[in-house]
Design a protein around this ligand. Structure first.
Ligand SMILES: NC(=O)c1ccc[n+]([C@@H]2O[C@H](COP(=O)([O-])OP(=O)(O)OC[C@H]3O[C@@H](n4cnc5c(N)ncnc54)[C@H](OP(=O)(O)O)[C@@H]3O)[C@@H](O)[C@H]2O)c1
Length: 404
């Protein structure tokens, strides 16, 4: 049975993974959380389903199974798959049968290509599916990635890659064993403003980089860990850093072009606020790079909205504000060579990301945002929490592992 094989291979690959997860949770917070459980959800508000099912565009189009019909899948990704030349929706996986039927009908997905979480492993026998897109709460990323690889499918997995570096390593190993592609859905690498910013920084448009600042914050409404998975440690990890701050962390790395050699950080978990019973309200981090450049990253679920990336060099300052959203980016350089930039339509990032994955599968081309990048970031997040917990600067190896 594929299910048995994949579960066994998962456990073999991860060793005492359950124990590791418990340790990680208790290491980052004094509060223990309940175990993560798959649970179908209602159709999110504001979803506009297609009036007519989208059509497959090419013979060599990659058939993808969407796992998890939540807000991001239904509002952002599924409508954009129609814009991706080489991909089509081949199957759906959901824990809510009524929503599965409604969405399946709207997208023209055959009834025998609609799966529950329990019968997901049957995709091994479904040749219409070449790849899966994991769009579930973080706690389930590793399990479904490893099960998809066991079924011989390629995997596009949402950020953050997983709850721990142990899980990330198991996902990468499973992909290698299956000889299948693993991509982490870091869409900013395909978004015209961020791509242009990377090019400008490589060309030293602000001179030598000295200081980087990123800020990814919003103020969450009243909620509890039981009502919203993003506030539930077992499902989401430590909170805003994994969910939103990861964009600032990514920006600091791809704009500087460096890996940090040390990290110091502070976390804040206010008492008596149900939103933060299990997760942190904010995380502030300082990265020091080998060049001497320093990045200061702030992320919060309890501060007024911000989505900023700023790079201050010897000759000027690059400002992207907003920096990493779905649309509405603004970018300028202030200083010696001041100018504004409008490099393209940010909404093309979705189709560009999907086509990159499809091309990697069909043409065997390298993936820009592979599992190693996701693992690197989770290692850095673990180092951030270790620094905050232990009140010390953490030194890093070039691959992001903590030294000592
Ligand atoms: N790249 C980006 O810009 C971006 C933006 C937003 C989110 N994301 C990522 O996408 C993933 C999903 O986020 P989302 O915003 O779509 O979340 P969401 O709206 O809450 O949807 C999550 C879906 O996961 C399924 N699910 C299974 N067990 C669940 C449980 N115990 N609690 C909640 N949901 C459960 C449900 O689908 P069914 O009802 O079909 O079973 C649910 O609708 C996360 O990894 C997130 O980080 C990425």
């Amino acid at each position: 049975m594929p299910h048995t094989i994949s579960r066994r291979s998962f456990i073999e690959a991860t060793g005492a993974l359950a124990a590791t997860l418990t340790t990680t949770a208790s290491a980052t917070s004094p509060v223990q959380s309940t175990a993560a459980q798959l649970k179908g959800q209602p159709l999110p508000g504001g979803v506009r389903l297609p009036a007519t099912p989208p059509r497959r565009k090419r013979d060599d189009s990659v058939g993808i199974a969407i796992i998890g019909l939540g807000g991001y899948a239904l509002n952002q990704i599924m409508p954009r798959i129609d814009h991706a030349e080489r991909m089509h929706i081949a199957a759906l996986v959901s824990g809510n049968p009524a929503k599965l039927a409604q969405v399946g009908d709207a997208y023209g997905v055959p009834t025998d290509a609609r799966y529950s979480y329990a019968d997901f492993d049957r995709i091994v026998a479904d040749d219409r599916i070449q790849a899966v897109y994991v769009i579930l709460p973080t706690a389930f990323h590793a399990d479904f990635t490893i099960r998809a690889f066991a079924a011989g499918k390629h995997v596009l997995c949402e950020k953050p890659m997983a709850l721990s570096s142990t899980e990330c390593e198991a996902m990468i190993a499973a992909g290698r064993r299956a000889n299948r592609k693993l991509m982490i859905a870091y869409r900013c690498h395909f978004e015209p403003y961020n791509v242009e910013a990377m090019r400008l920084m490589r060309e030293k448009a602000v001179g030598t980089i000295r200081l980087i600042r990123t800020d990814q914050s919003y103020r969450a409404g009243p909620t509890t860990p039981a009502q919203n998975w993003r506030f539930n440690r077992a499902l989401a990890g430590g909170g805003p850093l994994e969910d939103y701050g990861i964009y600032g962390l990514q920006s600091a790395l791809y704009l500087s072009g460096e890996m940090p050699e040390s990290i110091s950080a502070a976390t804040f978990q206010p008492k008596g606020d149900p939103r933060f019973a299990e997760i942190f309200a904010h995380v502030a981090t300082q990265l020091t790079f080998p060049s001497g450049a320093v990045a200061q990253l702030a992320t919060s679920y309890d501060a007024a909205g911000a989505n900023l990336a700023q790079v201050r060099g010897t000759d000027g300052t690059l400002i992207i504000d907003p920096a990493t959203g779905y649309a509405g980016h603004r970018m300028r350089i202030e200083g010696r060579d001041a100018r504004d930039f409008t490099p393209g339509d940010p909404t093309t990032q979705f189709a560009a990301q999907l086509n990159h994955f499809a091309n990697a599968i069909r043409d065997d081309t390298p993936i820009l945002t592979g599992g190693e990048m996701g693992l690197r970031d989770i290692r850095l997040i673990e180092a951030i929490y270790a620094s905050a917990r232990e009140g010390r600067t953490v030194k890093l190896a070039p691959d992001g592992r903590m030294r000592g």
